[in-house]
Design a binder for this molecule. Structure first.
Ligand code: UDP
Length: 240
């Protein structure tokens, strides 16, 4: 049962539970995909029905930002907490390092996925990264073929939203993977090009503020984020 947050279904799972659920999807048959909605996703899904639908058809939808957790609280449907995509990915890679399942990294600027692969192999000894591709391609066909030829079990799709969600839903089966995970800017983090907030900031729910300080150009994008709280409040007051 997903929790409805302003039209987007979110799985109410702790980080550990979400990693278990991801690992279980990887063991089950067929193709599955995971989305990591943050407030920006929910605000755009409100206006974009196709995006909302692709999010709501995901096998797992993780509450990526503190704003989603606050909105849930305001709506009177509190979630257990945040399950950031980047932490989910780290947990899944730990499992995959033991099971021998293979990972393909797709997205970010040329060279970033390769650097991320190098760092991740060191951080998760035994992890099999079977291929990489940058995220600035014109045709899907050759990328799908590359993932298929690499015999990847999992692909991290890091093209930004909503591109990555549409890409997973449309091409995951053809790429022959068991699991696709939409992870936004994670490859830049894994490559060491973008630093995550220190743990104290994360625990305080201030990762967004740290990011804003580091990348002030995001102010335009972030300024509208409090709107999700306004929307949640008006939905609650409106009895929805
Ligand atoms: N990106 C990409 N192809 C595109 C557009 C974006 O590979 O056509 C990458 C971009 O280089 C970045 C990631 O997608 O690595 C998206 O970053 P964003 O900041 O939007 O994601 P967030 O961190 O907010 O999840």
């Amino acid at each position: 049962m997903k929790t409805d947050i302003l039209g987007v279904g979110i799985d109410d799972l702790t980080l550990e539970e979400s990693i278990n659920a991801g690992a279980a999807l990887l063991e089950s048959s067929g193709f599955h995909y995971v989305v990591t909605p943050n407030p920006e996703f929910i605000l755009s899904a409100k206006k974009d029905e196709a995006f909302r639908s692709v999010l709501n058809h995901a096998d797992l939808a993780l509450p990526d930002g503190i704003g989603v957790v606050y909105a849930a609280k305001i709506l009177g449907r509190p979630l257990k907490g945040r399950a950031p995509g980047v932490d989910f990915a780290q947990g899944l890679m730990d499992r995959m390092a033991h099971t021998g399942q293979t990972l393909f990294l797709l997205g970010a600027k040329p060279g970033v996925a390769e650097k991320a692969a190098e760092n991740l192999r060191q951080a998760h000894p035994g992890l099999q990264i079977c291929g990489t591709h940058d995220g600035y391609f014109k045709e899907d066909g050759p990328v799908i073929e590359a993932i298929k030829a690499a015999k990847a079990d999992v692909v991290f799709v890091c093209l930004g939203a909503p591109k990555q969600e549409f890409w997973m839903a449309q091409n995951g089966t053809a790429a022959g993977v068991k699991l696709a995970v939409g992870l936004g800017g994670c490859l830049d983090v894994f490559a060491g090009n973008v630093q995550r907030a220190p743990e104290g900031w994360q625990r305080a729910g201030l990762e967004w503020l740290y990011r804003l300080i580091k990348e002030p150009s995001r102010i335009g994008r972030m300024a509208k984020l409090p709107l999700i709280l306004v929307d949640a409040l008006s939905a609650r007051l409106g009895g929805k």
